[in-house]
Ligand binder design. Structure first.
Ligand SMILES: Nc1nc2c(c(=O)[nH]1)N[C@H]1C(S)=C(S)[C@@H](COP(=O)(O)OP(=O)(O)OC[C@H]3O[C@@H](n4cnc5c(=O)[nH]c(N)nc54)[C@H](O)[C@@H]3O)O[C@H]1N2
Ligand SMILES: Nc1nc2c(c(=O)[nH]1)N[C@H]1C(S)=C(S)[C@@H](COP(=O)(O)OP(=O)(O)OC[C@H]3O[C@@H](n4cnc5c(=O)[nH]c(N)nc54)[C@H](O)[C@@H]3O)O[C@H]1N2
Ligand code: SF4
Ligand SMILES: [Mo]
Length: 753
């Protein structure tokens, strides 16, 4: 019983806080509008009871007094005052259309952050809003994250969401590059309890090899660690291919790859012998050979790369070579290798004609200031500041941020913060007054995660097993609080000139009819040829996100409806991943484009990298993640920030000795763009020449209204990362491998007398 004398109930739902999508079992105290206990759901079909400290902290997140619960409007003195929803929307309707009328549609920018990838509101209606705004100034966290992987996948397989996922539960050999899933809980690999799954690989006689400049927690679970020089993974991959080709260890040719492409790749690898790449990668040639042989001869093997391989100078090329390695060893699309999930809600690769499509198209427009190419409908986040602070036709005068904190999460934070201060108008849909949203004129809050429904539309498509689950809200929304999708559609109403009081239901009806229209027109859809109104009636009386999900499920690859998922609170297991070639392809050729022309051309840059002499004095900065952190926004939860200081600069003892740095003492870190004072942590767990600072900290800026985070402020590593240094294909920021210099901070001379 709760203290209010009401019975306690247990609710099951998916944790929305990271890609692992664990099942939570929550003891609900509806009368007190909170949960009293958070456990892992032992019956969840994917997570089987696994949970991490962040999942437990969902209670603190819900209860957090600093979480924004009513719209906030900026006052003339710079403070925020609560407003009603109608007042907030009226203000937006007054300002936003006027700016686009005066300066053009591109004068309104949009930045979409990471939690939006877990939020049905943005997944289902975000595109509608961006289309309604009609701006090309669209930015997101994807260009400080995974776009290189998606671009490589699009070139190879024809769609950016056709990502080959490690078949973790059946593989005999995992080669993990630039990922630390024991801290991150996995990314582009939805797999709760990675530690358990890695231990299972080793228990069944398999091997785990980790390529990382640091001795990460994942390294501690591995058989072998290759402590690579940051940014040189593509050289290592070329050397692995070189050994495999020269020792004739490749698999039989695949019917899905042309001989010509295979020959191209083989020729490209020619120059990259283990000896040739050894100086640049810092890796022993014999160990490279041994890994190549073991990978190629294992019954099954898979190469997998994440942040350390995408947010670096060779992001797309490295991501490509990872899949080339999977392909030439026969490990693509087979159990234990890299496989393509088939999620219940479908993917672009389940729509249209199977096996063939339009392929990847990039660069349909370019950014105004630097001329950087569009990728997946966006411009690079590294270009956001210059698009605001460089005057001229098309400069951004108003910005909408949605579930994003670009001031902390994107390169050269100080420039971006200054730029946001010059905007004519800014709206943030967010749950905190943080480093970014403090610049807003209006903050529109989202309901607490316990007050929202949940369906991990994106991440079920990147999971190590096919499964589906749906979570209705655990708690009712407080009176007057709209659902997040209603907020998005009210913004759509404003952007389409219908004003602040547009009929959200009518917009929703319009959107669902358009989606149904596509299905009935697609000859490969189970709804092909049906009457739109009859389909609308079939989905009634649902509305909003629930209706859209029901539509996706009914037209998806399994015979499922939302009601089926509602009846299964622990989720529905749809079995291990199945081979999907060739139907999964959407390339023009109908085959895997193993040697995409732009990436083949980029190999010249790899030759240059080979020739770069190793400079023993050179120091580069990389990042790292900690289990109790989530990018920039969960440091206000006491249970996640307690314990020793975590925002420290890891320095190898040799570098510390050379530079006279002391463990626990401050040091000045300088890069081209910024300077920070960091606390040094001397550790053998990083290779010499490399230093590491976690991202997402630095909460002591003026106007941040997060008391716990302020008390554990840390420093923002993106003050040091350089917006000018980007990956060439996607404009993704190079966040790993930033040249820095270090110096001890001299203790102030005591003045007595
Ligand atoms: N140096 C360095 N920088 C990095 C990285 C790195 O490895 N190194 N990693 C990069 C990566 S991978 C990513 S994804 C980005 C993340 O970049 P961002 O997405 O810009 O930043 P987050 O810290 O995830 O901020 C999320 C925001 O969403 C808000 N929020 C949380 N829940 C909700 C909700 O339910 N609704 C709404 N409307 N808002 C919500 C939070 O308050 C916060 O403001 O950071 C990148 N930056
Ligand atoms: N606890 C926690 N979990 C998270 C997040 C978080 O902030 N905290 N963020 C979430 C998000 S948005 C994402 S995208 C994922 C990211 O998930 P992961 O990619 O697993 O993230 P990291 O733990 O940063 O692991 C990246 C590793 O790459 C290494 N590295 C750096 N540079 C290089 C390089 O040049 N080459 C190689 N081979 N390695 C390099 C780093 O030392 C680090 O160990 O995590 C998600 N989960
Ligand atoms: S691993 Fe991710 S999904 Fe699972 S409980 Fe932790 S934060 Fe939630
Ligand atoms: Mo991310």
């Amino acid at each position: 019983m709760s203290e209010y004398g009401q019975p306690m109930t247990v609710a099951f739902r998916t944790c929305p806080l990271c890609e692992a999508t664990c099942g939570l079992a929550l003891e609900v105290d509806a009368a007190a509008h909170t949960v009293t206990k958070v456990r892992g759901d032992a019956d969840d079909v994917l997570s089987h009871g696994f949970i991490c400290p962040k999942g437990v902290s969902i209670k603190e997140l819900h209860d957090d007094p600093d979480r924004v619960r009513t719209p906030l409007v900026k006052q003339p003195d710079g403070s925020f005052a609560p407003a009603t929803w109608d007042e907030a929307f009226a203000l937006i309707a007054d300002r936003l259309p006027a700016i686009s009328a005066e300066h053009g549609r591109d004068a309104i920018g949009a930045y979409i952050g990471n939690p939006a990838a877990h939020s049905l509101a943005f997944l289902l209606y975000g595109k509608v809003l961006l289309k309604a705004l009609g701006t090309k100034q669209i930015f997101s966290a994807s260009t400080v994250d995974q776009y290189p992987k998606q671009a490589a996948s699009a070139l190879l397989f024809g769609s950016g969401s056709t990502i080959a996922i490690p078949d973790l539960d059946r593989t005999d050999y995992l080669l993990c590059l630039g990922a630390n899933p024991l801290a991150s809980n996995g990314s582009l690999m939805t797999a709760p309890d990675v530690r358990g799954r890695l231990r299972a690989i080793r228990r069944r006689g398999g091997q785990v090899v980790v390529v990382d400049p640091r001795r990460s927690r994942t390294v501690q679970e591995a058989d072998e660690h290759l402590p690579i020089v940051p940014g040189t993974d593509a050289l290592l991959l070329m050397a692995l291919l070189n050994v495999i080709f020269s020792e004739r260890l490749e698999a039989l040719p695949s019917p899905h790859v042309s001989d010509e492409h295979l020959a191209t790749v083989r020729a490209l690898a020619d120059d990259f012998t283990p000896e040739a790449v050894a100086p640049a990668t810092g890796l022993d040639p014999e160990r490279i050979r041994a890994v190549a042989r073991a990978f190629a001869t294992a019954p099954s093997a898979v190469a997998y790369g994440r942040i350390g391989t995408t947010t670096q100078a060779f992001g797309t090329t490295t991501s490509w070579l990872i899949d080339v390695l999977n392909v030439v060893t026969g490990n693509l699309d087979r159990p234990g290798g890299a496989m393509f999930p088939l999620p219940a809600s479908g993917l672009p690769n389940t729509k249209g004609a199977p096996g063939r499509g339009r392929g990847a198209i990039f660069g349909r427009w370019a950014s105004r200031v630097r001329g950087l190419p569009e990728v997946f409908g966006e411009l690079p986040a590294a270009a956001l500041a210059e698009e605001v602070d460089t005057p001229g036709n098309g400069s951004i005068r108003a910005l909408i941020t949605i579930a994003g904190n670009p001031v902390v999460s994107t390169p050269n934070s100080e420039r971006l913060a200054a730029a946001l201060g010059t905007l004519d108008f800014m709206v943030s849909v967010d749950i905190y007054v943080n480093e970014t949203t403090r610049h807003a004129d209006v903050i529109l809050p989202a309901p607490s995660p316990l007050e929202k429904s949940h369906f991990d539309l994106v991440f079920m498509g990147f999971a190590v097993r096919n499964y589906a689950n749906y979570s209705p809200p655990v708690l009712e929304r407080p009176a007057g609080m709209p659902d997040e999708w209603e907020t998005v559609l009210r913004l759509v109403g404003i952007a389409t000139g219908q004003g602040a009081s547009a009929d959200v239901g009518a917009i929703d009806d319009f959107v669902v009819r358009a989606a149904i229209g596509k299905e009935v027109a697609d000859e490969h859809s189970p709804w092909h040829g049906r009457d739109v109104e009859e389909c609308v009636a079939e989905l009634a009386p649902r509305t909003g996100t629930a209706r859209m999900i029901d539509l996706l499920l009914r037209t998806g690859p399994y015979d499922l409806t939302l009601a089926d998922l509602e009846a299964q609170p622990h989720g529905v297991d749809l079995g291990p991943l199945q081979p999907r070639l060739p139907e999964v392809l959407r390339t023009r050729s109908g085959r895997i484009e193993l040697a995409p022309e732009p990436l083949v051309a980029d190999v010249a840059r790899l030759h240059d990298l080979l020739a770069e002499a190793a400079d023993p004095e050179r120091l580069v900065l990389i990042g790292r993640r900690h289990l109790r952190s989530n990018n920039s926004w969960m440091h206000n939860l006491p249970m996640l920030v307690r314990g020793p200081e975590r925002c420290t600069l890891h320095v190898h003892p040799d570098d510390a000795a050379r530079l006279a740095l002391t463990d626990g003492a401050p040091a000045t870190v300088r890069s081209r763009v910024g300077e920070l004072r960091a606390t040094v942590e001397v550790t053998e767990d990083i290779r010499p020449g490399v230093v590491s600072l976690p991202h997402g900290w630095g909460h002591d800026l003026d106007g941040v209204e997060m008391d716990v985070a302020r008390a554990h402020a840390g420093i923002n590593s993106n003050v040091l990362t350089d917006e000018a240094v980007i990956e060439p294909f996607t404009g993704t920021a190079v966040l790993n491998g930033i040249p820095v210099t270090l110096a001890p901070v001299e203790a102030p001379v005591a003045v007595t007398g």
